[in-house]
Ligand binder design. Structure first.
Ligand code: ATP
Length: 144
């Protein structure tokens, strides 16, 4: 499929979190495959990322068509649509072949992703709040 690239990272959901992650990786020379269901979002990232596709990531056939099984690092950056996040995570666990990160927007969401077997669950607001606390105390090194 179009995503069969060595060392590529797939970022599913190009909102504020996924978009910023994808852009930063691309700026550092990483081949990023962006997937989003929204046409306007896809258009916005078409210049920045190596490959962008407008697709519904809950659709297993679509993920297979894109060649997700050949991508060794996948980030699920869908947040507020809990159902889309969980369904996508389930499909990626089924057909993916490498490391998976998934963003959670609540403790319950994080628990479900963890129960599904996602190895890296990230909670950006919670984690950033903790980081900022250490930064404000002047002891960022405690945290890093
Ligand atoms: P952020 O805080 O990072 O902006 P968010 O947590 O509010 O985002 P969402 O708005 O739910 O997250 O989703 C982020 C992106 O994921 C959006 O651009 C949205 O279009 C995309 N997205 C949502 N559902 C799907 C899906 N089923 N397939 C592909 N992309 C999706």
């Amino acid at each position: 499929g179009p995503l069969a690239r060595h060392g590529a990272v797939a970022v599913i959901g190009l909102g504020r979190f996924g978009g910023s992650l994808a852009s930063e990786l691309a700026a550092h020379g990483v081949d990023v495959i962006g997937i989003d269901i929204d046409d306007a979002v896809v258009a916005q990232y078409s210049e920045t990322l190596a490959f962008v596709s407008r697709a519904d990531s809950t659709d297993e056939a679509v993920l297979r068509q894109l060649g997700i099984e050949e991508v060794s690092r996948v980030v699920i950056a869908i947040g507020s649509d809990l159902e889309a996040s969980i369904l996508t995570a389930s499909k990626i666990l089924k057909i993916g072949n490498g490391h998976i990160w998934a963003k959670a927007i609540s403790q319950t969401h994080a628990e479900i992703l963890d129960q599904l077997g996602i190895e890296n669950v990230i909670s950006p607001e919670t984690d950033m709040g903790r980081r900022l606390a250490h930064l404000i105390r002047g002891h960022m090194s405690d945290f890093l």
